[in-house]
Design a protein around this ligand. Structure first.
Ligand code: ACO
Length: 435
């Protein structure tokens, strides 16, 4: 039989025919349903065969039409459009619309979308009081997680997740307010008064305004830096079923509201193996200190003492296409800001690692985090803001994944199975005779 799998259970000699299904992209994403394995039993009262896949190494948890990645070739597309084309020819708000709605906006749709995002940037004044509670040196990612979760209490209507109109309002609020929270978190950490949003500026121009405005009446963002940040946001907008997108889907699958679900996704992003890696890359380059020290550092990474941060990826087994774009962008930034001295160390690290058998055999290439930190630092962002800069655009991807999950009739509350390895049933020994 075509397009099926014949499985023989050697315990019983029985044969099973399991259908093979496909995603839309030319028959490359063939899959079988794990639930079809449950019919494979040794006896009628047997639970049935489970598939065991820690860390989802080979398990699709959903069907998705948002982002396509071909890890061996280093291809990334949002809704069918190549990341290179989007980065060169569109703006972040256009891409955000594309990711969330499935199609690029017309000029009128873009104008409406821009208006909505621009007019939802302000935070309730009580949020400022809430943020005062954080210590002066609190990590801005922790502030972001806590504050976006707190927004859930300001918008109880967000619980109405089945209402399309309500979902759309929460999406406007989240995309618009994340930069405001992020900039406020930064200003809090340096003891500066908060700078309010400026509706005359672009999405990234306004973010720079809220970060850096001092006493001037009107903040004028540098157009090159404003553009580069816009491209950085495009590159980070979605990346299919990564750790934080999975957290978003998993938490929201219990029908919790999108504010707490985005808080959970942000928490997942904060770890050094995910969005926290760009911060670690910078610290690593500073620790290496000089390009002459790179070879020694790589040797230690190979011995397993530590990992080269910004290298390797669960899906890409080739150069991350986002890292390639970032490498070009770095030059544009340095023309404005002057060269970041860490760039020479990064280039040397990349050169040595890409020639080294250890990295070649394991297909470990620079990922998006490798160059983003160097650019952010040159633009004046402090290191602990790097993961926050990742979370802002990724909010768009999380919300697209959330909507897609809610609309998918096959999705239910996320609830993996386990393979139990503990004790079988035993009787309680009374406390006084234990020990
Ligand atoms: N430096 C040195 N060795 C590495 C690195 C690295 N950065 N990454 C993986 N390896 C090695 C592992 O030690 C392992 O070697 P082994 O087979 O001899 O045991 C092999 O490569 C495979 O590594 P895994 O951990 O099994 O790969 P996995 O797919 O689980 O991990 C990950 C992917 C987490 C990104 C990993 O490459 C890593 O830790 N990289 C550094 C952190 C980083 O840059 N994270 C950002 C990811 S991109 C993003 O989130 C936006």
């Amino acid at each position: 039989m075509a397009d099926s799998l014949t499985i023989t259970d050697n315990r019983t000699g029985k044969q099973y025919e399991i259908p093979i299904e496909y995603g839309t992209y030319p028959k490359r994403s063939a899959f079988v349903r794990a639930f079809d394995l449950r019919q494979i039993k040794v006896a009628d009262d047997d639970f049935g065969l489970l598939s065991y896949d820690p860390s989802f190494m080979n398990t699709a948890s959903c069907r998705s039409a948002v982002t396509f990645i071909e890890g061996d070739e280093g291809t990334l597309r949002y809704r069918g459009y190549a990341i290179e084309e989007l980065a060169h020819k569109s703006s972040f708000l256009e891409v955000a619309y594309l990711i969330l709605h499935g199609e690029l906006p017309t000029p009128a749709q873009l104008e409406e979308w821009r208006w909505q995002i621009t007019h939802h940037t302000i935070l309730h004044e009580n949020i400022k009081t809430f943020m005062e509670g954080f210590r002066y040196d609190a990590h801005p990612m922790g502030i972001l997680v806590g504050t976006v979760a707190a927004l859930s209490t300001f918008y109880p209507d967000a619980k109405n997740i089945t209402d399309v109109r309500s979902r759309s309002i929460q999406i406007h609020r989240l995309v618009a307010k994340m930069p405001t929270i992020a900039a406020f978190a930064y200003r809090h950490s340096i003891g500066m008064p908060y700078a309010y949003p400026d509706n005359d500026l672009s999405y990234t121009g306004n973010f720079l305004n809220m970060m850096y405005k001092m006493t001037e009446l009107k903040y004028q963002p540098d157009p090159v830096l404003e553009h580069v940040l816009d491209v950085l946001f495009i590159l980070h907008a979605d990346h299919e079923q990564n750790c934080s997108a999975n957290a978003m889907r998993s938490v929201a699958s219990s029908h919790s509201d999108p504010f707490v679900a985005v808080a959970a996704a942000t928490a997942a992003l904060s770890g050094p193996l995910h969005g926290g890696a760009n911060e670690r890359v910078l610290r690593m380059l500073q620790e290496i200190g000089h390009k002459d020290q790179v070879a020694d550092y790589v040797k230690q990474a190979k011995s397993g003492e530590y990992r080269l941060m910004g290298f390797g990826h669960r899906v890409y087994k080739n150069y991350d296409p986002r890292a390639r774009i970032l490498k070009e962008l770095a030059q544009q930034v340095f023309e404005v800001t002057g060269k970041n001295p860490l760039l020479d160390i990064a280039l040397e690290l990349e050169r040595i690692a890409l020639e080294d058998d250890y990295f070649v055999e394991r297909k470990l290439y620079p990922n998006v985090d490798f160059y983003s930190g160097i650019i952010y630092q040159a633009m004046g962002f402090p290191t602990d803001m790097f993961p926050v800069l990742f979370a802002l655009p990724r909010t768009v991807g999380w919300l697209a994944q959330w909507q897609e999950m809610l609309k998918d009739p096959e999705q239910k509350i996320a609830r993996p199975r386990q393979v139990y390895t503990g004790e079988s049933e035993r009787s309680l020994v009374p406390l006084e005779v234990r020990g």
